[in-house]
Write a protein that binds this ligand. Structure first.
Ligand code: ZN
Length: 458
């Protein structure tokens, strides 16, 4: 009888090599079913809670998806479809591009997601604080704590919300900020003191109103962040909303800043003066203006506090039509000294494209770090640190976190209570294929995943 041992060894080797190569097939994205930008810098969409990072993004058919990464076991879970949006369901129709999810984990470990809104429909009833457009703001919650596999809808927030933003305070109170409809709507919040089971009625913050002519209305974009103690801080800009006989465009101006003391529900400007709600354009201009952008248009940035509790604000500036035509945006930093705003230069960073996104970090004693997503000179998408130690007068490029040819990136805000390995979510959008790859980035780059797991089967 022939000795079959060599053949057996050969077969075993081949099987071993195959199994190793399968194991080795790791990718640096965790899902490939993102849609459009999938995440936006003005909606907190991730939280690290009890060793697990939970994150939400907009996926196929503009629905809300949630994935989780367990830092101890180094295992991914999901993504699961957490809720179905009214948006994105008309075959052949372009994506609405709104309704991206915001996520918060309540003190009992239940995971909440609000998503799907772009002003709501007329069929949702009368919107006394704004005008309707499409979609419906929906609130879903996990059926079990720390378990993202099953979800239920809670009917306890306004259907008219656009740009939903959850914020959680140290005492467990949850705030949901949003624009109460389409462009010509007040910005409002609803508050929950019982882990998101009930919410207060809407409180108007920024007021929309006609500006002399029925063809122009005051409108706003706002970014809300946790400040310190009981404070929520916000930066916002002004949208001159044109209708009727005037051609509507993305005209937006100025940068503003104010603070919400959640303990007494009062709002104040940077100098501590009390504001009267809802805030009109006139009140905003006289009490909260950081800089009048003049003829330049602005795109909203974000805000953070330095080690003395003084705010730092970012804003993107562009020439006319920059927001629509893909023109360059320049990022500008403003820093409050305690007495005045110091404005950085708006021409130090390389030309930033229309798709630039950014979040901000303050490193004591005086270094400001911007994480930026942009298209580089060779048309590659990059996410990199840009650092300034002179309040934005000059920047140096820091670590490059991610680079892809023929992909551009969108960024979420910082993940709440983030683990160092998982600080921010990025969506990598390719012009070639429709699939948007979703990345979870931390100090060690993207958290990898088995390719077979990251290929989401709908
Ligand atoms: Zn408008």
């Amino acid at each position: 009888m022939k000795n079959i041992t060599p053949y057996l060894l050969l077969i075993i080797s081949v099987l071993l090599i195959q199994s190793c190569s399968n194991k080795a097939e790791m990718v640096d994205y965790f899902a490939d079913n993102g849609l459009g930008n999938s995440v936006v810098t003005k909606a907190e969409s991730g939280e690290h809670f009890n060793g697990v990072t939970y994150l939400a993004y907009q996926g196929s058919l503009e629905d809300a998806y949630v994935a989780a990464y367990n830092h101890k076991t180094q295992k991914w879970d999901g993504p699961y479809k957490a809720g179905v949006s009214l948006l994105g369901k008309t075959p052949g129709k372009k994506n609405d591009g709104h309704g991206k999810p915001t996520l918060v984990v309540d003190d009992e470990g239940f995971i909440h997601v609000a998503f799907g809104g772009h002003g709501g429909l007329k069929s949702h009833g009368e919107n006394t604080l704004g005008n309707p457009h499409s979609g419906k703001q929906i609130h879903v919650v996990s059926k079990k704590p720390m378990d993202i596999s099953s979800w239920e809808e809670l009917d306890n927030i306004s259907p008219f919300g656009t740009y939903s933003q959850f914020l959680k305070m140290d005492n467990g109170d949850i705030y949901l900020f949003y624009r109460h409809g389409a462009h010509q709507s007040n910005w409002t919040y609803q508050k929950s003191t019982d882990n998101g089971r009930t919410f207060s009625t809407e409180v108007s913050i920024l007021k929309t109103k006609k500006r002399g002519t029925p063809d122009v209305a005051d409108a706003w974009y706002a970014d809300f962040r946790y400040g310190e103690g009981n404070d929520i801080i916000t930066t916002f800009n002004y949208h001159k909303c044109k209708t009727g006989g005037l051609k509507h465009d993305g005209e937006r101006h100025n940068a503003y800043y104010m603070v919400f003391n959640t303990e007494n529900s009062e709002w104040r400007n940077v100098e501590g003066e009390k504001l009267t709600l809802p805030i009109t354009k006139e009140h905003a201009d006289s009490m909260t203006l950081i800089e009048d952008s003049g003829d330049l248009w602005t795109h909203i940035g974000t805000t953070i506090l330095d080690d003395r509790g003084n705010p730092i604000v970012t804003s993107f500036l562009s020439e006319h039509l920059g927001l629509k035509s893909g023109g360059p945006r320049h990022l500008k930093v403003y820093h409050w000294t305690g007495n005045e705003w110091i404005a950085g230069s708006d021409s130090i960073l390389p030309l930033i494209t229309n798709d630039a996104k950014s979040d901000i970090k303050f490193t004591s004693p005086n270094e400001i770090n911007l994480i930026l997503a942009y298209i580089d000179d060779n048309n590659s998408g990059e996410i990199a640190w840009w650092n300034t130690s002179d309040d934005g007068q000059s920047f140096t490029k820091g670590d490059l976190l991610l680079k892809r040819e023929e992909r551009k990136f969108a960024l979420s805000p910082w993940i709440r209570n983030a683990h160092p390995d998982a600080r921010i979510v990025a969506a990598g959008i390719s012009g070639k294929d429709k699939n948007v790859q979703m990345f979870l980035l931390g100090d060690n780059g993207p958290i990898k995943r088995l390719k077979t797991e990251a290929e989401v089967i709908e």
